[in-house]
Design a protein around this ligand. Sequence first.
Ligand code: COA
Length: 385
Amino acid sequence: MKILDDIRVLDLTHVWFGPWTTMMLAEMGAEVIRVEPPWGSIDRMAEGALFGGSSYTFHHLNLNKKDVTLDLKKPEGLEIFKALVKKSDVVVQNFSPGTMERLGLGYDVLKELNPGIVYAALSGFGQTGPYTKRRSFAMIAEAMSGHTRLTGERVDPEGPPIEMAQAYGDLGPGTMAAMCIIGALRYKDRTGLGQAIDVAQLDCMTAYNTSITGYLLSGMRPLELRKKYSMGRGGNFSGLMKAKDGGWIRLAGFGPRSQDMMKKYLDVEEVTKEMVEEEVAGMTRDEAVELFTGMGFPCAPVYHVDETVADPHLAARDMWVEVEHPRAGKLKQINFPVKMSETPAKVVSHAPLLGEHSKEVLTEMLGVSEERFTELVKAGVTSTA
Ligand SMILES: CC(C)(COP(=O)(O)OP(=O)(O)OC[C@H]1O[C@@H](n2cnc3c(N)ncnc32)[C@H](O)[C@@H]1OP(=O)(O)O)[C@@H](O)C(=O)NCCC(=O)NCCS
């Protein structure tokens, strides 16, 4: 049994934030049907290099899903989508606000078709407020919620802002969206009613920024606050340190326990970061990690991604799966990361080809005849892989 295996999700998402949300649901067992235009969503081709016809981010963000193409600007495409809404539990989209309404698929319409529908509208700034109409990507929310400035300040307090690596302005809010969709399904189980969920990247990234609470409580920006109270990131001898082989470690010696361990190890009354750095500079990266983790310090090697993939602990934690992709062959992919004893989530299938399940969904789920399906393909309403 999977936690969501009685749930069907219509997935109109098209860039990172949305596809991550629905993939979380798919990995927990929901039947997620991505609905793309017959010409393909923008994320299929977004990253230049293609693997079996799709970008690597598409492979990352769309595991366990089915894929149907529908031109929602054609009346027949719209009618088919509406028929699917009647047979589904959740609709998720991350278009710019107003798009669903222009397509004739606003929440009022979806609710009329299916009062139990859980409708999640994902956007940069939300469905209300002065900036609602602005288009957005992760870095927009990261910039306005303070993360970009704070990342720069950690490198150089006087220097320029620096963008966070990856796209946590997408994946963080996407995880919140998945959590609230599951919460709304619980409410639906109790009442039979659906609801609309408005998830804004900026709201979520603001909620993730603990330095904002530091400011609200002290009236000081993070740098001033740290200076006034001599606060560092995790004690006076923590940080990134370079080893003699050119590798780096991250030592996180927080709290009195770490202080005592380091004083004992170095045989000194007071520990400074310079002392620890000197010690690390005399060892290889792996020697330093072994020594400090062996003593009980939170300490890690700073990895490149290939080293992350090769690490034996992640393999032992079941973090990799092999899936067969019809065009790219056998692929090693990242498994669902959280372990649940009774309802384990798992990656079981590849990121789908464009229109791979159009025929299956239209004929088997909606009872469209083979002849009608062929006509719909000819008319450009749908397509197959
Ligand atoms: C990501 C974003 C900037 C992309 O902008 P964009 O490419 O101009 O896309 P939009 O969402 O504005 O519009 C999508 C268009 O495709 C159309 N479309 C989408 N699916 C369709 C389908 N199946 N059939 C026909 N048309 C379709 C929409 O109707 C819309 O057309 P319109 O502009 O004529 O109304 C924007 O979608 C956005 O701000 N989304 C919210 C924030 C977000 O999630 N950002 C991405 C995080 S990585």
